[in-house]
Design a protein around this ligand. Structure first.
Ligand SMILES: [Zn+2]
Length: 345
């Protein structure tokens, strides 16, 4: 990296994780997503772990050092910039567990993890990077399975996933819908195969999307309407307007609203239904407290899949995780019943 002068003896901060990786889980998004999901869904993880099938992580990130270098490059793509005084020359202190950079002007010390979801972590970055890959599985991964796969405690796995979800939600909230925009007043979790009267967990949502030339949803947002549970509860026109004001760039958009249950924009309704099926398959039951964060996760993952290549998806997700500071645990477990698209969890 330009402007960095070696100050202390260089230390190899890549512990020997190769052996550990080889005892973990098999997954490969590039082969067959369905098989991959099936194996994880059917509880094959332990078997795969115990039989020692080799992990196939992204080849770029095989060592702890690879992960750290990727974060440094992402944090300072044009070389070091002091966060305090914007000076661009620094010394690198490599004798620490995490490489520190000391500003050549104000002597402020910082690392590439500051201001990212990885700040303060005691976990090897390899575990984080593997968690990000598993997060990108077509239906995501539950904390229970992540805990089994990367061998961290359940609480740690839960916290890691919520930190990733928080970054995803914050990023998504900043990106307004623009262009040809459709907005539905819809219901999440409505099961058409069951009696209409027995749908206590169905929740009112407002879904908005941009569409391709063929009318297919592209960028999608699904906002939960707090406290509106049950099949018959729907967003009001006022809430629909508020959604458009908050999440659509009105200056350059043409918005079509669909406030009536029997007259929704069907491709978008399909996405809401797919979100329910996907989240239900991985997380079984989700309470209202964190549901918005899981909806954000689904819509962002869906959007990343439009990129196609696995590496591009991972790169984009990593980019979000570097751009958004970690949410403190105390804030994570607070109740935010009315917080909109920005992650509640
Ligand atoms: Zn400085």
């Amino acid at each position: 990296m330009a402007g960095i002068r070696k100050k202390e003896k260089k230390r190899d901060y890549s512990p020997d994780f190769k052996l550990e990786i080889r005892t973990h889980v098999w997954y490969n998004l590039t082969n067959d997503r369905n098989v991959c999901t099936h194996k994880l869904m059917e509880g094959d993880v332990n078997m795969e772990v115990n039989t020692g099938i080799i992990v196939q992580p992204l080849h770029r990130y095989n060592r702890e050092q690879d992960c750290m270098e990727a974060l440094i490059a992402m944090k300072w793509p044009n070389g070091f910039v002091c966060p305090r005084c914007a000076y661009t020359r620094c010394s690198q202190l490599t004798s620490r567990r995490i490489p520190l950079f000391e500003c050549g002007k104000c002597a402020h010390q910082t690392s590439a993890l500051v201001g990212t979801i990885f700040e303060g972590t005691r976990l090897p970055l390899l575990k984080w990077f593997h968690a990000l890959e598993l997060f990108l599985l077509p239906d995501g991964i539950s904390a229970m399975r992540l805990h089994q796969v990367i061998r961290v405690t359940y609480k740690t796995a839960w916290l890691m996933l919520h930190k990733i979800r928080h970054a995803v939600g914050e990023f998504d909230a900043r990106e307004l819908l623009s262009g040809d925009v459709k907005v539905n007043s819809d219901t999440y979790g409505y099961d058409p195969s069951r009696c209409k009267l027995f749908q206590p967990h169905a929740s009112a949502v407002i879904a908005g999307c941009t569409v391709t030339e063929s009318g297919e949803p592209e960028q999608v947002k699904i906002q939960l309407i707090p406290h509106k549970r049950g099949r018959e509860n729907r967003a009001t026109r006022h809430e629909l307007t508020a959604f458009i004001n908050d999440h659509v760039d009105a200056r350059i958009s043409e918005v079509h609203s669909f406030p009536l249950a029997f007259q929704l924009y069907s491709p978008l309704r399909k996405v809401v239904r797919e979100a329910w099926v996907s989240l239900k398959s991985t997380y079984i039951a989700l309470g209202p407290k964190h549901l918005q964060a899981y909806l954000n996760e689904y819509t962002l993952r869906r959007r990343l899949y439009l990129l196609g290549a696995r590496e591009a998806m991972h790169e984009k997700l990593l980019c979000l995780c570097v751009a958004i500071p970690a949410i403190p645990y105390s804030q994570l477990i607070m109740h935010h019943p009315s917080r909109p698209l920005s992650a509640v969890a």
